[in-house]
Design a protein around this ligand. Structure first.
Ligand code: ADQ
Length: 472
């Protein structure tokens, strides 16, 4: 079996339980192949301390059979590669928010420089029959940079965020360079079929690629295989967390504390793609139009701090705080606060207990690659008395989780109506919907995702003797 080399912006120690489902799934494979995980260390070196663009000290440590290799970045590279191009250009555009993109011409240079740095440092560590799996939008051109240095190993790429339609992509200055880089891979994986369809349309209309059938596309003297591989969670691991002491304690505490209320829950990174202000407006509309929920429904919204150095994130923080304050001010009573807003991370072992104590989960992003909270909520429910998932049709998860109450989060009245239906839903219907959802997330869990991607990659046509990759 070939060794697996995983590359992502950040690296997680797979032995730590806080690492989450993705790290656990990758660790499973990495442990069995004795692999390597490569990425940024999270450390920023100031110029005064010797940090130079395009350079970074490398650190290696062994985590069981897995070698973790990390690189430091200098302040200038961090600002242009991470804050600038990855999170100031690619994140908003890929989430259909051209209005929030900052197309500063300087950023792309830093993005290329860091991808070149990764390629230079990684190449000498590779073995001949390694299989390389690169993750996410920070590292789109990494395979092209590796190929330019002579790397011939199989390389796969998985995009964790959505891929928008070609005309939105085409607004990115240099989009042709960026998307051409996808053809340096042997396999490119997306979260949903609609993302895959956007890739196919881009390949045809902008890159003039030839459709070879079976998901294969030919352009720039290379053949790339493209497919949809919706990411899942480790259902068993999450259910075990629900039954562990911290999960149970959280469940008991919440059910005791809110015994006279119906709990609704939202758990998100505080990001504009998650639709938090729209969700708050829908909840306000629920209290306004369906007053029977007053003094009864309590929304616990946990929003963990995220990318606070980017302006769009401080704007969303202020908007959310102001909405929560006005809902509580207008509808709250001495013995009932409609919204509990918590701007913090909740320890992972506590999440399943919180989900299980909630009658309804509000997962209403304006756009999301997949959204794992939707799957975690379903996994944590008691099948005999399960809660109801209200899910945005614009989350990748909506393609699979069709038994959720699917909503258009921009339509505040319709979303409020769906929340009301969820709160009133009879036990029998809740059970039937939950059973179907649970079966889906079990079938397409994170192990399925990992194995089906790697299987497809191992079968992708080998191009070792093909034309060498030419840098644009
Ligand atoms: P994210 O945008 O981070 O991930 P998501 O899929 O919801 O979004 O995953 C978040 C994870 O973090 C979940 O496991 C959740 O439990 C946890 N989490 C979120 N907020 C938390 C909080 N306040 N406290 C504690 N834990 C919290 C990106 C893409 C998604 C895609 C995933 C995986 O944006 O679309 O689903 O990668 O591919």
């Amino acid at each position: 079996m070939s060794r697996l080399v995983v590359i992502s912006n950040r690296v997680a120690d797979p032995r730590k339980s806080a690492a989450g489902g993705l790290a656990v799934a990758l660790a499973d494979v990495l442990n069995s192949t004795g692999g390597m995980w490569f990425g940024w260390s999270g450390k920023i070196i100031e110029a005064a301390d010797g940090g130079k663009p395009g350079e970074g000290e490398m650190h290696t440590h062994q985590a069981g059979p897995v070698k973790l290799v990390t690189l430091d970045l200098c302040r200038e590279d961090y600002k242009s590669y991470y804050e600038g191009y990855s999170n100031g250009v690619l994140w908003p555009v890929f989430h259909y928010r051209l209005d929030l993109a900052d197309f500063d011409a300087g950023y792309i240079g830093g993005y290329r420089r860091v991808n070149q740095l990764f390629a230079r440092k990684l190449l000498p560590l590779l073995q001949e029959d390694d299989v390389i799996w690169i993750h996410d939008y920070h590292l789109i051109p990494l395979a092209a940079e590796l190929r330019a240095l002579g790397c011939t190993q199989r390389i796969g790429f998985f995009l964790h965020i959505p891929l928008p339609p070609p005309l939105i992509l085409a607004a990115i200055p240099g989009h042709d360079w960026l998307l051409r880089a996808l053809f340096a891979y042997d396999l490119v994986g997306f979260q949903s079929h609609s993302d895959l369809e956007h890739f196919a349309r881009y390949a045809q209309t902008e890159a003039f690629a030839q459709n070879l059938g079976d998901g294969r596309w030919r352009a720039f003297n290379r053949t790339v295989h493209a497919g949809a591989f919706p990411i899942g969670i480790d259902v068993e691991e999450f259910q075990a967390l629900a039954d562990a002491p911290e999960g149970r304690e959280m469940f008991d505490r919440m059910t005791r504390e809110y015994s006279r209320r119906q709990l609704l829950v939202g758990v998100d990174r505080l990001d504009y793609s998650k639709g938090l202000p729209h969700r708050m407006r829908a909840f306000r509309e629920l209290l306004q139009s369906y007053p029977e929920n007053r003094k009864k429904a309590t929304l616990i919204q946990i929003a963990s701090p995220s990318r606070e150095e980017v302006d769009a994130y401080t704007d969303i923080l202020h908007e959310l705080e102001s909405l929560c304050g006005s809902i509580n001010g207008n509808y709250g009573e001495l013995d009932w606060m409609p919204v509990r807003y918590i701007h913090r991370n909740v320890a992972r072992p506590k999440l399943p207990g919180l989900y299980r104590a909630s009658r309804v989960a509000l997962v209403t992003p304006l756009r999301d690659g997949m959204n794992l909270v939707a799957k975690e909520f379903v996994a944590a429910q008691d099948p005999a008395d399960p809660g109801v998932l209200v899910l945005s049709r614009f989350a990748g998860a909506a393609e699979q989780m069709t038994e959720a109450l699917l909503v258009n989060p921009y339509d505040i009245e319709a979303t409020a109506n769906a929340i009301n239906l969820a709160l009133q839903m009879p036990l029998e219907e809740r059970r039937a919907r939950h059973a179907a959802l649970l079966a889906t997330i079990r079938k397409f869990d994170v192990h399925w995702w990992c194995n089906s991607f790697l299987d497809t990659l191992s079968k992708a046509e080998s191009q070792v003797s093909g034309t060498p990759w030419l840098r644009l």
